[in-house]
Each structure stands twice: as structure tokens, then as C-alpha cells.
Design a protein around this ligand. Structure first.
Ligand code: UDP
Length: 320
């Protein structure tokens, strides 16, 4: 297929673009490099640097089979401080993309949605039927786009799939997580191993979980990319499907830190800090629907495997 990948110079976008190229697709990456990196765009892709709404029309006019839409603002804290940036950058931009897709009759869209659309759900594994009550602007903007895709599917025949990721982690060879503002647990812990920070702060150890620290569902980015390929192939004209993507197993913050100690051989000092506002105690996905409908099977589900791929990637970045 001829495909456009928005945000293909970012973490998940670059891994998905790499998997699409590996699978024989013809891929054009569009990225404004506001948070992505030009050298993250995989070999074999055509790279168009520019603001999505400006470049997408001419690109789609060329005849495209599908779009995978990753380009987005994705910092939760920032989304609360500067919501305009998120409504504009995520929702308005996505609506322009949808319009361009309608105009040029692009049949398939796979959208990078998020577990943040569920907010702080009740405990237990989270299915797609869980109420969507986002607790931050980032999640609200992603949910608004999900709704827009649903109505474009119903009214205009788009085949749309929203994939709601839980905690994406790990790396796919040379493609991995490189944020200027890093907020995610695994890369932060690895920064301690590199001496870039003195210790990792654990946000609360009095949560109602097995060791008192928050439990999250870490999904390997390669497994996530595989789900995108399947979603693309299985998109049905006129339908909007939503799938949660996670490992199905939760790991606590302490378990993640211990895995990082094992893999890096570094002591990784940790201290206990205040709970972070808006953090639920436990977030674990039910990916039963993705497994049944798409035939998706996550293969890299062990925490040590996820951490060692992230570690290999980080070492590469440090020239080791
Ligand atoms: N966390 C932590 N210390 C940090 C960063 C994160 O204890 O410096 C915890 C956070 O409270 C959450 C888990 O690690 O329980 C994963 O956080 P992350 O920001 O990676 O992803 P989120 O679950 O918020 O999407």
C-alpha cells in the first residue's frame, strides 16, 4: 500500500514506519520535527518535513491508500498548562487531516489514541467499553479525535481504527524513545544508570497495590507496531473500531526499577516522593478485542526484554 505516516520522526511513529517498510509498503513520513528527529525517519521512507496541514493536501492528492496518524502533542502536564496548544495541535490539525482524506478519498486511517481517554478507571483490566472520562486535556483531545473519526466513518465511509496504547516502552533496533522533555518512567530510570540524574523518584509508595507503587501495563513498541499493521489491513470502510493495546500484565514502579537494575548492573538509587496528581493506582489493558478481531499477539511481553531493548537503544545514543 502507499501510506502516509504523520509524526514518523517520533518514537512510536518511527518504529511503525520502519515496520511498514519492512513489510513492503511504500511510506511517506510527514513530520514538522517539533519533537521528532530527522535521523529517526527510517531508511526507505520518503521524508517530507513540514507542518501537517500545509503539506498533507498535495501528498494525498497523489493517491494514497491509508494514513497512520501519530503527529500530536503528548505531554500531560503541558496539556493542562497550555490547553490551546493541544486543542489546536491535536484536534484542529486532525480535523484538517480528516478533511483532506475525505477530499482525496483516502480509505483507511489508523489513529494513535491513548489509554488517557479512560481517565482514572475502576480497577481490573480495562476493556474498550470502560467509560471515557479523561482526566487531562491530552486525553480529552485524543478522545475528541476518536469521536470525529467515528462520525467520518459513519457519514463518509472512512475505515478508521483508533488504537489506545497503554505504557509504550522498549525500542525497535535503532528506533526508540528520545524526548527532549522526558517524563516516562523507563527512560528516566535509565538516565540514572547513565549518571544523567542522581536518583529516580517514586511517585508514592502507599497505593493500594502489591508493593504500594503504581502498576502500569508496559507494551513493547514492536508489538505495538505490529498491531498498527494489522489494524491497517483490517480497516473496514464505514466502520470505526477502537482497540486497547497492552501487555495484559501490570508491573509496579518498583518492579520496573528492579528490572533496570538487573539489566544495567547499576545500583539506581531511588527515593520516595509525593504522589503525582491524576495518577491512577493501576492501569492494565484488556487487549482481548485486538487479539480476537485483528489476530494480534504480543510477543515481547517480559519486563526484562522490554527494558533491555530500551537499554540497548539508550547505549547506542550514548555511543556505547
Ligand atoms: N513514575 C515515577 N517516577 C517518575 C516517573 C514516573 O514513579 O519519575 C511512575 C508514575 O507515577 C506512573 C508510572 O511511573 O505510576 C508510569 O509513569 P509514566 O509517566 O511513564 O506513564 P503514565 O502511566 O503516566 O502514562
Amino acid at each position: 500500500m502507499k501510506l502516509v505516516v504523520t509524526g514518523g520522526a517520533g518514537y512510536v511513529g518511527s518504529v511503525c514506519a520502519a515496520r511498514l517498510v519492512e513489510s513492503g509498503h511504500d511510506v511517506v513520513v510527514v513530520d514538522d520535527l517539533s519533537t521528532g528527529h530527522a535521523d529517526a525517519v527510517p531508511d526507505g521512507c520518503t521524508f517530507v518535513e513540514g507542518e501537517l496541514t500545509e503539506v498533507v493536501g498535495p501528498l494525498l492528492a497523489d493517491g494514497v491508500d491509508g494514513v497512520l496518524h501519530f503527529a500530536a502533542k503528548s505531554l500531560v502536564g503541558e496539556s493542562m498548562e497550555d490547553p490551546h496548544k493541544y486543542w489546536q495541535g491535536n484536534v484542529v490539525t486532525s480535523l484538517r487531516l480528516l478533511e483532506a482524506m475525505r477530499e482525496h478519498r483516502v480509505a483507511r486511517l489508523v489513529f494513535s489514541s491513548t489509554a488517557a481517554t479512560y481517565g482514572e478507571p475502576d480497577s481490573g483490566s480495562i476493556t474498550e467499553n470502560a467509560p471515557t472520562r479523561p482526566s487531562n486535556t491530552y486525553g480529552a483531545t485524543k478522545l475528541a479525535i476518536d469521536h470525529a473519526i467515528a462520525s467520518y466513518a459513519t457519514a463518509y465511509g472512512l475505515g478508521g481504527v483508533s488504537l489506545r496504547y497503554f505504557n509504550v516502552a522498549g525500542a525497535h533496533g535503532p528506533f526508540g524513545e528520545r524526548h527532549t522533555t522526558e517524563t516516562h518512567l523507563i527512560p528516566l530510570v535509565l538516565q540514572v544508570a547513565f549518571g544523567q540524574r542522581e536518583h529516580i523518584r517514586i511517585f508514592g509508595e502507599d497505593w493500594p497495590t502489591r508493593d504500594g507503587t503504581c502498576v502500569r501495563d508496559y507494551i513493547h513498541v514492536t508489538d505495538l507496531a505490529d498491531a498498527h499493521l494489522l489494524a491497517l489491513e483490517n480497516a473496514v470502510p464505514g466502520a470505526h473500531r477502537v482497540y486497547n493495546l497492552g501487555n495484559g500484565t501490570g508491573f509496579s514502579v518498583r518492579e520496573v526499577i528492579d528490572a533496570c537494575r538487573r539489566i544495567t548492573g547499576h545500583a539506581i538509587p531511588a527515593s520516595v516522593a509525593q504522589r503525582r496528581p491524576g495518577d491512577p493506582a493501576e492501569l492494565v489493558a484488556s487487549s482481548a478485542a485486538a487479539r480476537t478481531d485483528l489476530g494480534w499477539q504480543p510477543r515481547r511481553t517480559g519486563l526484562d526484554e522490554i527494558v533491555s531493548d530500551a537499554w540497548e537503544f539508550a547505549r547506542r545514543q550514548h555511543g556505547q
